[in-house]
Design a protein around this ligand. Structure first.
Ligand SMILES: [Fe+2]
Length: 375
């Protein structure tokens, strides 16, 4: 039978008192456990349990917190480790974006991606000043279909134009699923894909990429590993010396465009579901679905791999295209891929109202077009 878990300190105390020749009952009274537990430890293994590694303890913490909420002290007791060690590991997990919720009573619990609050950020501009933004989305790095040539051309253009802020509506990496296994350039594993991203994502002086994480592709890792993947990507990039990848939020984030005495809202989203037959339909339905007072002024939409600028209900809807060629998955479902990137120009008045808006699309074609494969 497995030994009932008691703290390492208690195990040590039992071993010490047993050496001194005390009876099980006397030891039990001193240590504060039942005498049968003393017997179990003396007969079974009077030596303290071997030290577990941080990774092993973290795995046990995750398993415990998936089952039920617990305080650091509870966890320390159950896992036979010091409370300080549990607190240190919990802090590290939070820092890396592990999906932990902390309840008001100090107990922790594992959450799901549904519990992630929408992201918030803000940018400032002067009234009448033309603001330039770069936009790319659905880059799917690590997939054989990903177009690093287009992505680099985009950032070359942004740099030439003096753009400082680039927005990304998700799917920077391809993630892993049963059906994309044979299409990946990297070995299996979330960290391998993130290493590739950190290595290949264009670095241009003065440019920051503000990105959201999709709840598919990179989001598959979020769901499987219980981690806020975008936060983890940003953290890994920072640790590697890259300060230019700024995480906005999971699946959705609002960026307040502050100007003069007011602001307009730019929402960046990575919705779900498949493409509609009409390219504009998904954007229209998305805007229609927002409750009164919730509509943004600009909506940057990823996921569908389409380019479009529409104006349903006076919202500038910009579908952000992609930098990934049409995959077999998309071909089978008759889904087109609009490969390219965007420059967006916004001007606001002294009350923050957008009074001038433009997008310019830079189209690219399938890799085969440039390799003269289609003659
Ligand atoms: Fe995508």
């Amino acid at each position: 039978m497995a030994l009932q878990k008691i703290s390492v300190a208690k195990q040590k105390a039992i071993a010490k008192l047993h050496k001194q020749g005390l009876t099980y009952r006397a030891i039990a009274r001193r240590v504060g456990v039942h005498f049968t537990i003393v017997g179990d430890y003396v007969r079974g293994d009077s030596k303290p349990a071997p030290q577990k590694t941080d990774a092993e303890i973290e795995a046990s913490i995750r398993a415990q917190l998936k089952r039920t909420a617990a305080s650091p002290a509870d966890l320390a007791e159950v896992l036979s480790v010091k409370p300080g060690q549990v607190r240190r590991l919990l802090a590290g997990m939070e820092r890396r974006g592990v999906l932990l919720v902390k309840h008001p009573d100090g107990q922790f619990e594992m959450a799901s991606t549904i519990n992630i609050a929408p992201g918030r950020f803000e940018l400032r501009a002067k009234p009448g000043q033309e603001q330039l933004y770069g936009i790319t989305s659905d880059n799917h790095l690590c997939s054989v279909y990903s177009r690093l040539d287009v992505l680099n051309a985009a950032y070359d253009h942004f740099e030439r134009r003096g753009i400082r802020h680039v927005l990304n509506a998700g799917n920077m990496i391809d993630g892993e699923a049963r059906f994309n296994k044979t299409e990946l350039l990297t070995a299996p594993g979330m960290d391998n894909q993130i290493d590739y991203l950190i290595d290949k994502w264009p670095v241009r002086k003065g440019i920051v990429t503000h990105f959201i994480a999709g709840d598919d592709h990179e989001g598959w890792y979020a769901q499987r590993e219980g981690i806020e993947i975008g936060r983890y990507m940003e953290r890994r990039a920072k640790d590697a010396g890259r300060e230019d990848l700024h995480y906005l939020g999971y699946a959705e984030a609002d960026v307040a465009l502050r100007c003069g005495s007011g602001a307009s809202v730019m929402r960046v989203v990575h919705p779900g579901g498949g493409s509609a037959y009409a390219t504009s339909y998904t954007a229209q339905k998305l805007v229609e679905s927002y409750q009164g007072g919730e509509k943004p002024h600009v909506l940057i939409i990823g996921h569908y791999h389409k380019f479009e600028h529409g104006y349903p209900r006076e919202v500038h809807c910009v579908q952000a295209g992609c930098t990934e060629d049409q995959s077999l998955f998309m071909r089978k479902r008759k889904l087109g891929a609009h490969v390219g990137f965007l420059e967006m120009r916004i001007t606001q008045d002294a009350a923050g109202v957008i009074n001038r808006f433009g997008v310019e699309w830079f189209p690219f074609f399938d890799r085969g077009f440039y390799e003269k494969r289609f003659k």
